[in-house]
Design a protein around this ligand. Structure first.
Ligand SMILES: Cc1cc2nc3c(=O)[nH]c(=O)nc-3n(C[C@H](O)[C@H](O)[C@H](O)COP(=O)(O)O)c2cc1C
Length: 327
C-alpha cells in the first residue's frame, strides 16, 4: 500500500512524515505517528534539553513504539553550532536525523550521523539547496514550499519547487507545505513526491504538546487565514507562516511580555516576549492569541482535534483511494 522510495528507505509503511516541530512534537506524538505507519519525528529544535533531554525523550519514544522514528534539528547560519553530543544522542536512538537548513549543509555533521548508523534528511527550500544537501551526503530531502507552516525557507509554491527538486536530485523527496488532507497528499504523490510531510494538521492532534487555545484557533481558521510574515522575528529574523489573527493580536498587545511558557526539560517557567518566535506549549499562560500561532495554508484541513494515528490513517487511506481512480 503506497510503497515509495521514502517508505523503503526509512522502513515505514505509509508515506507520511510528521514534521519535527520543536517541543510541540514530543515522544507521544512521534510514537503515535510511527505506530500508525508514518514516520514520527521528535522536535529537537536547536538542541534544547541538551543530550540528556534528547536521549530521555527518544528513550520515552522508543518505549511507546518499535517502529522507525526520526529527530529534527534546525541549523541556522550565525547561530552557535548544535552540540555534537545532541546529534550523537539522536543518531544512536533514532533511524533518521534531520536538519532544517538555514545554513550551508555540513558534510561533517552528516558523516557523524551516518557513523552512528542513522539516515540523514535535509529540509530545504530550493533545488540548489537540495543538490548541495545531497552532495554533502543527505539520504533524502524534504522540499518545503511557500505554503508551509512554521519557518518558511522557500519563496515559491510547493508544486513548482517539487518539480525542480525532483529533477535536481536522485534521492527520495518528501513534499512539505499546505498538505493536510488526503486530496493534497494524493496531489503531491501524483506529482512525483515520495512522501508528504505534515506539520499544521498534527498540531491539532491529541498528542501535540501545545495549548488547547492554539488547537482551537487552527480549527476555526481557513486556508486564507494563514499569512507569510516576519512579525515573530525577535531573536531569529526569518520568514514564517502563522495565523493572521496572531499577527493582529501581537501588534495590538500592550506590553513586552505576552505570557509564560513551561520549559519541558527542567519544568521551570520562562517569560515569552512579544514578537518572539515561540509558540504556546501546553501549560502556557497569558495572551496565547498574541503568540506565534504557526499555521500553513493546510490549516483549512483542520476540523477537529484528533488522535495523530487517525490523521495518518485518514490521509493515507483517502489518498490511496483517490490515486486508484487514475489507475
Ligand atoms: C508549529 C510548527 C513548528 C515547526 N517547527 C519546525 C521545526 O522545528 N523544524 C523543522 O524542520 N520544521 C518545522 N516546521 C515546518 C515543518 O517542517 C513543515 O515544513 C511544515 O509544517 C509543512 O507545512 P504544513 O504546516 O502546511 O503541513 C514547523 C511547522 C509548524 C506548523
Amino acid at each position: 500500500m503506497l510503497e515509495t522510495r521514502f517508505t523503503r528507505l526509512v522502513g515505514c509503511t505509509v508515506p507520511i512524515q510528521q514534521a519535527g516541530m520543536g517541543a510541540a512534537s514530543r515522544a507521544e506524538l512521534t510514537a503515535a505517528v510511527s505506530n500508525a505507519g508514518g514516520l514520527g519525528m521528535l522536535g529537537c529544535g536547536f538542541g534544547e534539553g541538551g543530550p540528556d533531554g534528547i536521549a530521555l525523550q527518544l528513550t520515552q519514544t522508543r518505549a511507546l513504539t518499535s517502529r522507525p522514528v526520526g529527530a529534527n534539528f534546525v541549523i541556522i547560519d550565525g547561530a552557535p553550532p548544535i552540540d555534537h553530543a545532541c546529534l550523537e544522542a539522536a543518531a544512536s536512538l533514532a533511524q533518521l536525523v534531520e536538519f532544517f537548513l538555514w545554513a550551508a549543509p555540513d558534510p561533517g555533521l552528516i558523516d557523524l550521523v551516518h557513523q552512528l548508523g542513522a539516515l540523514v534528511s535535509c529540509q530545504v527550500g530550493s533545488a540548489e539547496e537540495a543538490k548541495q544537501a545531497v552532495d554533502a551526503g543527505a539520504d533524502m530531502i524534504a522540499a518545503q514550499g511557500y505554503e508551509a507552516g512554521g519557518h518558511v525557507r522557500s519563496t515559491v509554491g510547493l508544486l513548482p519547487l517539487l518539480g525542480e527538486v525532483l529533477e535536481a536530485v536522485d534521492v527520495p523527496v518528501v513534499a512539505a507545505g499546505g498538505i493536510g488532507t488526503a486530496r493534497a497528499m494524493a496531489a503531491a504523490l501524483a506529482a512525483g513526491a515520495d512522501g508528504v510531510r505534515v506539520g499544521t494538521r498534527f498540531v491539532a492532534s491529541v498528542e501535540a504538546w501545545v495549548h488547547p487555545g492554539y488547537k482551537q484557533a487552527l480549527i476555526d481558521a481557513h486556508a486564507e487565514d494563514s499569512v507569510y510574515t516576519r512579525t515573530f522575528s525577535l531573536g531569529w529574523d526569518a520568514p514564517h507562516r502563522v495565523l493572521r489573527s496572531a499577527v493582529a493580536a501581537a501588534e495590538a498587545f500592550d506590553g513586552d511580555i505576552v505570557g509564560e511558557r513551561v520549559i519541558w526539560w527542567n519544568n521551570t517557567h520562562a517569560p515569552l516576549r512579544r514578537f518572539a518566535p515561540g509558540m504556546p506549549f501546553e501549560g502556557t499562560t497569558g495572551a496565547v492569541e498574541a503568540m506565534a500561532l504557526f499555521a500553513g495554508e493546510s490549516v483549512g484541513g483542520v476540523r477537529q482535534v484528533q488522535p495523530a494515528g487517525d490523521i495518518v490513517r485518514e490521509m493515507a487511506e483517502g489518498a490511496e483511494h483517490l490515486l486508484r481512480r487514475w489507475t
